[in-house]
Design a protein around this ligand. Structure first.
Ligand SMILES: [Zn+2]
Length: 208
């Protein structure tokens, strides 16, 4: 299991890494992305801290932008988690405001105030700042939608069940208010971690 994860990390780390200034022509339109984070290491290099994909076709860049570069947590559970950790780390009472989803119409009607929006925007800016300073990503092309979802689960299971991949002592995710969701696995993903991991051969066969 760890050998497959080792090979996975070697292969993905060797891909070009991107940040918010990426050139769209350098990315596939359909695929899977892998996020790296400053200070997080495994297998002698950078550790994969998140794996993600998209459902609708040709949406890879849209999803990456929503998760990493567009300041709207209501379109991204990842940004929501990052904000929770930033706020909970300093026991900031703004956490309860951050939890309010302003997207669904009913909720927006009930909760929306300019002050709340302003409070959330401040946290969005902090999350964006953290992402700019600490996160980068790589991506691989996977055309078929069903294959993308299967592969995302297999990749996550491979990393989550690897004994050599774990959160550093300073990992931001350790500050999550729901520690059971994150613990020491060190992934910003919560679902799809318990399936069958990939074999070394399957990692070798990945077309990068
Ligand atoms: Zn590993």
């Amino acid at each position: 299991m760890s050998k497959a994860c080792q090979l996975l990390h070697e292969r993905i780390s060797a891909l070009p890494g991107f940040t918010g200034t990426y050139d769209p022509t350098d990315l596939p339109t359909n695929g899977i992305y892998f996020v790296f984070e400053t200070g997080e290491t495994a297998h002698g290099g950078r550790r994969i801290v998140r794996v993600g994909t998209h459902t609708g076709d040709n949406n890879l860049q849209k999803r990456i932008n929503e998760h990493l570069y567009i300041p709207n947590k209501d379109r991204s559970v990842f940004r929501k988690h990052l904000g929770r950790c930033v706020l909970n780390a300093r026991k900031d009472p703004a956490l309860s405001q951050w939890e309010i989803d302003l997207t669904p119409r009913a909720n927006r009607g009930n909760h929306f105030t300019p002050a709340l929006k302003e409070a959330q925007d401040k946290v969005e800016a902090e999350v964006s700042d953290y992402i700019t300073k600490n996160l980068s990503f790589a991506a691989i092309k996977v055309e078929a939608g069903q294959r993308r979802l299967q592969l995302e689960s297999s990749l996550l299971a491979t990393i989550a069940q690897c004994k050599e991949c774990g959160a550093s002592g300073n990992w931001l995710g350790r500050n999550h208010p729901n520690r059971l969701s994150f613990g020491t696995i060190g992934l910003w993903n919560v679902q799809g971690l318990k399936g069958p991991p990939m074999t070394e051969r399957e990692v070798e066969m990945l077309q990068l």
